[in-house]
Design a protein around this ligand. Structure first.
Ligand code: PFF
Length: 511
């Protein structure tokens, strides 16, 4: 079967694809806002420490398990572990749930490209509405959202059907450099606006978010840890099967540690650059329009589709041109991440067919996966972030917790909120305590075994990652379900202890 399995054309192709998976909506709307809100440089340092001690470890582990087994997540975990075989299911269902809303957001980008092209062709007044009015009108027009979501899914489907090197690698080889150049253009425009420095202060100066009125008080270190951990996992595409799947197409010669460092560093650099591109522009435009600084919307869909659209509309004749460049940039980021999620799901069935001796089933399997994604995405698209209906209204619940307000949050809660931190915690316990770190270190050795890295890896995978992941899990559950912080910490620690005991009991380990 191995001979017929797909592989990357080159290590550079793999790197660009993995960076493409990592660089996505999470970098553009998640990172800058969370950094500003959580103490600027303090957040950055916590984020970097987590990326080194936790993110890197999970990244190397996923790449190693993928390359060692040459299988997609469900079969890969079944092959390496008896006790934790089911992590593979978590790592396949979670991407499926993420796709339900990621594709809808991709569809919004397509609509905003069309909108700015209309303004570019017929003048700014062709659509004389504010960003808020445009976004509101779009959300309450389900048909348009559904059509553009389908278009986004079709684009991803065609790329993934093209194959690992013929589709995914090719797209990223062009898309990633293009994204980088467009980001530089937007940065230059953003930083040359009057008052842009106020936006930089939001991102980098500790305490500024409180002083300017964005938040009432600075979050404590535990909250910062939870926020930074959740962001880091989502942003690096970890514990979602995507990196494992991409690793399964990688040749034995490649250095997994070096590759992981490059992916983590590039993703963080792009997140910082994205912040420098969008936050100063949003703040400068708000100040120019007399909005009190603390009330400028700098987070989530509002930042991308309300605040920034206003920035481009207020830039005069060239505004729509920058609008088109910006939304194409976001679209490329969304596609390069979405195709990694689609590949992760489809790879399961492609592998199954290969095991039965059937080759060339990619087209059919990717089509079926796309149709399944389309069904769930249509619900999220029609929901319009809760403007048209919500899980709570469908269930007839009158006082919903936050995650029942709209389908996007509902899907995000199970995938990013629970499956991701739980999956990472279990993976570390499986490697550290059930199988032994040798499972990964032997595979890493094909590239470059260094004694220092081995010692570092053993300590992190056994102790640091499981414990930090329990904190992140508690933080995420707090965010989504609300309620007492203490209760969620008790739940997370209880889960950690139970699975730790299960992992450590019986069997021989490889060091
Ligand atoms: N890393 C992507 C982002 O920052 O938007 C999202 C993502 C892609 C998460 C792929 C998980 C994944 F497997």
């Amino acid at each position: 079967m191995e001979n017929n399995r797909s592989s990357w054309g080159s290590n550079l192709g793999f790197l660009l694809a993995a960076i493409g998976s990592a660089v996505g909506l999470g970098n553009i709307w998640g990172f800058p806002y969370k950094m500003g809100k959580s103490g600027g440089f303090t957040f950055l340092i916590v984020y970097l420490l987590l990326a080194i001690f936790v993110g890197m470890i999970i990244m190397v582990s996923e790449l190693a398990v993928g390359r060692k087994t040459k299988l997609s997540p469900i079969d890969a975990y079944q092959k390496v572990s008896k006790k934790f075989a089911w992590i593979g299911w978590l790592a396949t269902i979670a991407p499926f749930l993420i796709m339900s809303f990621y594709t809808v957001l991709g569809g919004y980008c397509l609509q905003y490209i069309a909108l700015n092209m209309t303004k570019l062709s017929f003048g700014n007044d062709a659509v004389a509405m504010s960003g808020g009015e445009i976004f509101g009108a779009m959300l309450t027009t389900p048909l348009g959202c559904v059509v553009f979501t389908i278009l986004f899914i079709v684009i991803c489907m065609v790329i993934v059907q093209g194959g690992v090197s013929g589709g995914i690698e090719k797209f990223n080889k062009v898309g990633m450099p293009a994204l980088f150049v467009m980001l530089l253009i937007i940065i230059v425009r953003s930083l040359t606006l009057p008052n842009a420095s106020e936006g930089l202060k939001f991102m980098f100066v500790p305490g500024y978010a409180v002083k300017a009125g964005f938040i009432e008080s600075s979050p404590n270190l535990i909250t910062v840890l939870g926020t930074a951990g959740g962001q880091m996992f989502f942003s690096l595409s970890l514990a979602m099967g995507a990196i494992l799947t991409y690793g399964s197409y990688l040749s034995k010669e490649e250095n997994l540690v070096k590759n992981s460092v490059i992916i983590v560093a590039s993703d963080t650099l792009i997140a910082l650059m994205a912040g420098i591109a969008v936050i100063p522009a949003a703040v400068a435009n708000g100040i120019a329009n007399g909005t009190p600084v603390g009330q400028i919307k700098l987070s989530g869909p509002n930042l991308l589709f309300v605040t920034l659209q206003d920035v481009f509309s207020n830039m005069g004749k060239v505004g729509p041109l920058f609008g088109v460049i910006f939304y194409v940039l976001v679209l490329i980021a969304a596609i390069s991440s979405a195709i990694s999620l689609m590949e992760t799901i489809a790879a399961h069935w492609i592998d199954k067919d290969l095991q039965k001796g059937e080759t060339d089933t990619r087209q059919r399997n990717v089509l079926i996966v796309s149709l399944l994604i389309l069904i769930e995405a249509v619900v999220v698209a029609a929901d319009g972030l809760g403007s048209n209906f919500s899980p709570a209204s469908l269930l007839g619940i009158s006082a919903p917790p936050v995650f029942l307000d709209c389908f996007l949050d509902f899907m995000d809660c199970w995938s990013e909120g629970i499956a991701m931190p739980l999956g990472a915690m279990l993976m570390a316990l499986m490697i550290g305590w059930e199988k032994g770190p040798g499972l990964v270190l032997d595979e890493v050795a094909h590239g470059d075994p260094s004694a220092g890295f081995k010692a570092f890896y053993r300590v992190c995978v056994r102790f640091v990652v499981p414990i930090v992941m329990a904190f992140v899990l508690a933080g995420q559950m707090m965010d989504f379900f609300g309620g007492s912080q203490v209760i969620w910490y008790i739940v997370a620690v209880a889960l950690l202890v139970i699975f730790w005991v299960i992992a450590a009991s019986g069997e021989k380990k490889t060091e």
